[in-house]
Write a protein that binds this ligand. Structure first.
Ligand SMILES: Cc1ncc(COP(=O)(O)O)c(C=O)c1O
Length: 402
């Protein structure tokens, strides 16, 4: 069996990370006002606050969503109202129009999987009803559609830089229309150290930067020993009722959690993450993702039981993942998991209350969609192994009842 366990699911640092420079597509942080924060959800909270969202207000959110998009709305004391999406993930504008009204203060719109959507009609609807538009570019750090750059349509746009760059934490809040009034503060030396070391260790764990790994072996062992002692002490103190526990060094948003911790509002992203964003070869990033996407599509062509979510890769898109729709999702999932294939099943957990009556398309996408990695730090050999494992899993799960 092809083992795919060592294939990095997210970008990891390599020497190539810094090769080449200018992006071939517009980037979210080209906006005139940019703040680098620790996650996309924190940027959503800050955008909602900037729009004046508060108790008694409603915020429209796509029924197909990441659960991490919801707690920032609740943090503002506002109510989430889900709107329907079409099978291709675009907003159902009739449904949005029927839900807009005096209490609706903001609408979130997501460019899913790195494919920029045309937001002109949604923008016009928001303007007509006095609602702010938050452009969710968590999947779409780069891109344009009909000459409009990602992030340029919303009052505010948010990004999740950690999905695109080899960093441990990072998100951003940007605006082409408003100033960003709130100054950011640093989150402390512990956070700075954690952000840098976690990014390096993730890279070492995948066989990247071997010389640096060897040079840092001793200090990293010391750090781990020290950290284990600190944690053990914290655990002992935790056993005492009333004892204080130290705050986490880094936000849980970096640990596949959907939680929202207001402690991280107005905190600056780490120096390390910001330096990587500044220095990364952006042309290589965009072109690498596009190339892996197209190669994966080619390698899976003719395999049974799937189709790509999007019929083509537009020139203006820089994919987050390769989204495919499976005919036999549960059988495929079991096989992909057994083969150790890194994947995201975006929408497989939707916010409680979202069901077929709210949006059957979202439920269907949540059941059938698999996102495969296409990030720029995949080696060609890793992508080939990944494609072979997915092809085999598709063939094995063909004929299994859906
Ligand atoms: C569509 C979408 N929006 C927002 C977010 C929040 O981004 P972050 O994880 O950086 O907080 C995510 C996270 O996966 C997402 O998928």
């Amino acid at each position: 069996m092809t083992d795919t366990r060592t294939i990095p699911s997210v970008p990891v640092l390599s020497l190539g990370t810094f090769a080449g420079r200018r992006a071939t597509l517009p980037a979210l942080d080209d906006a005139p006002a940019v703040q680098a924060v620790t996650s996309g959800r924190i940027a959503i909270g800050m955008a909602l606050r900037a729009l004046g969202v508060g108790p008694g207000h409603r915020v429209l959110v796509p029924a197909y969503h990441s659960p991490s998009m919801i707690p920032p709305v609740h943090w503002r004391g506002a109510e989430v109202v889900f709107y329907r999406v079409h099978p291709d993930t675009t907003a159902d504008l009739d449904d949005v129009a029927s839900k807009l009204g005096p209490g609706v203060k903001a609408v979130m719109a997501t460019h899913f999987f790195g494919f920029p959507q045309d937001l002109r009609a949604l923008r016009a609807l928001c303007d007509a009803h006095g609602a702010g538009l938050i452009e969710d570019c968590a999947h779409c750090f780069f891109g344009e559609r009909d000459g409009v750059a990602v992030g340029a349509s919303g009052d505010y746009a948010i990004g999740s830089s950690m999905k695109f760059f080899p960093i441990f934490e990072g998100g951003c809040l940007v605006s082409h229309r408003h100033r960003l009034p709130d100054a950011l503060t640093g989150a402390g030396a512990g956070f700075e150290a954690k952000a840098a070391l976690a990014a390096l260790e993730n890279s070492f764990d995948h066989g990247r930067l071997p010389a640096l790994r060897a040079a840092l072996a001793l200090p990293l062992r010391l750090k781990t020993a020290l950290w284990n002692r600190v944690k053990a002490r914290g655990a002992n103190r935790g056993a005492n009722p009333g004892a204080s526990t130290a705050p986490a060094l880094a936000p849980s948003s970096s640990d596949s959690s959907f939680a929202f911790d207001p402690h991280w509002l107005d905190r600056r992203s780490s120096w390390f993450s910001r330096a990587v964003l500044r220095r990364a070869g952006r042309a290589r990033l965009v072109e690498g993702r596009r190339r892996h996407y197209l190669e994966l599509e080619r390698a899976l062509a003719g395999a049974p039981g799937w189709r790509p979510l999007f019929p083509a890769l537009p020139d203006g898109a820089c994919p987050w993942v390769f989204p495919l729709l499976a005919d036999h999702p549960e059988a495929l999932f079991a096989r992909l998991r057994a083969a150790g294939v890194p994947m995201v099943r975006f929408g497989s957990s939707l916010w409680p209350g979202v069901d077929d009556a709210v949006c059957a398309n979202s439920m269907e996408l949540g059941r059938r969609l698999f996102g495969l990695p296409v990030h720029q730090e995949l080696r060609d050999a890793e992508r080939s192994r990944l494609a072979a494992a997915v092809r085999r899993a598709l063939e094995d799960s063909a004929g299994v009842p859906a």
